[in-house]
Write a protein that binds this ligand. Structure first.
Ligand code: PHE
Length: 340
């Protein structure tokens, strides 16, 4: 029995020398130390050992188990360490290798134009306001003096989510939100760039497009402030030599309302295809904030006045860069986008 125990220790040692994986190590553990393993089998026969020998044999058996367990544990550690090193070597990153070139991206023309517009107005002391694209009927229409049965709603048909919730058709609801937030403080002087939606789709209309809204409310704001501001704006965007023309128009939320034209950027005013031989291009809608809108937003229309304007960013971009089809702006063709 004593010899058998020493043999087991020797066998285990030899088997352990040649293993290289955790699975093999486990097999060895089961083979020698398991319930039906070599050592257990020997110990079952303890009964056959004379009583006076038992303590010595028992102690020897324990020693053999200890030795096997210790060398098993040692091997497991060694194998784990090797596997880890192997993995580290394979996954290693050489931080000294030169990087892969990433071609520099560029801004979309809509972003470029929006930033240029914002830059101009920020320079005049305006701040930027925002509102939700999913808007309440109240802010998009009602509070802008466009009640449910008003014909002006037809020109701004849109996508309704619920009867009272829709995709905003213009950035003008931000006027109302900005005034509600500011009242009774003065002045209110904001621009609001953002996406708007309409049921429209052709070479000059997209169901989603971008606008920049502007609003100034204070004491003594006059039509001349509107004209001076927008004339300066047009010349900043299109060049110092450009002329502006203010035409009477109609919006339910401004009174009076004005459409702003610039002299044609293509022909300089002589008349061409782009300006339909008129010499003028319409660039934005504007007007003096309607007293009813001021009142609904919390201001006393006896004491304050204001002007507002709204322009289409796509339209400005098309005129500025000579783009003849609005859809080009949304197709994400790099050959087009890389020109800006
Ligand atoms: N919201 C108007 C439109 O989208 C433009 C506008 C804004 C007109 C502000 C007047 C004042 O057509």
């Amino acid at each position: 029995m004593e010899k058998r125990l020493r043999d087991i220790a020797e066998e285990a040692r030899r088997s352990l020398d040649s293993v290289s994986s955790l699975a093999e190590l486990d097999e060895i553990r089961v083979r020698f130390l398991g319930k039906k393993g070599e050592l257990t089998r020997v110990l079952r026969k303890m009964g056959m050992v004379p009583a006076e020998e038992r303590p010595r044999i028992g102690q020897l058996a324990n020693e053999v188990r200890d030795v096997i367990e210790k060398s098993l544990a040692g091997r497991i550690e060694a194998v784990k360490e090797r596997v880890k090193e192997e993995r580290l070597r394979q996954e290693g990153i050489d931080v000294t290798l030169p990087g892969l070139p990433v071609t520099r991206g560029r801004k979309h023309p809509i972003t470029l134009v929006t930033e240029e517009i914002a830059g101009f107005f920020l320079g005049l002391g305006y701040s930027i306001a925002e509102g939700p694209e999913i808007e309440l009927d109240y802010y998009n229409f009602e509070a802008l003096n466009i009640p449910k049965d008003h014909p002006a709603r037809d020109m701004q048909d849109t996508f309704f989510i619920e009867p009272e919730i829709l995709l905003r058709t213009h950035t003008s609801p931000v006027q109302v939100r900005a005034m509600e937030k500011a009242t009774p403080a003065l002045p209110v002087k904001i621009i609001a760039p953002g996406r708007v939606y309409r049921r429209d789709d052709d070479a000059t209309h997209s169901p989603m497009f971008h606008q920049v809204e502007g609003l100034v409310v204070d004491r003594h704001i006059a039509l001349s402030d509107l004209k001076g501001t927008l004339d300066l704006f047009a010349r900043k965007m299109f060049g110092i030599g450009i002329h502006t023309r203010f035409r009477p128009s109609y919006f339910p939320f401004t009174e009076p309302s004005l459409e702003v034209d610039i002299s044609c950027v293509m022909c300089g005013g002589d008349g061409c295809r782009v300006c339909s031989s008129t010499g003028w291009l319409e660039i934005l809608g504007s007007g003096m904030v309607h007293p009813r809108v001021l009142e609904m937003s919390g201001y006393n229309s006896e004491e304050v006045t204001g002007f507002a304007f709204g322009l289409g960013v796509e339209r400005i971009a098309m005129l500025k860069y000579g783009i003849d089809d609005m859809r080009l702006l949304f197709e994400n063709d790099l050959r087009f986008l890389q020109q800006f």
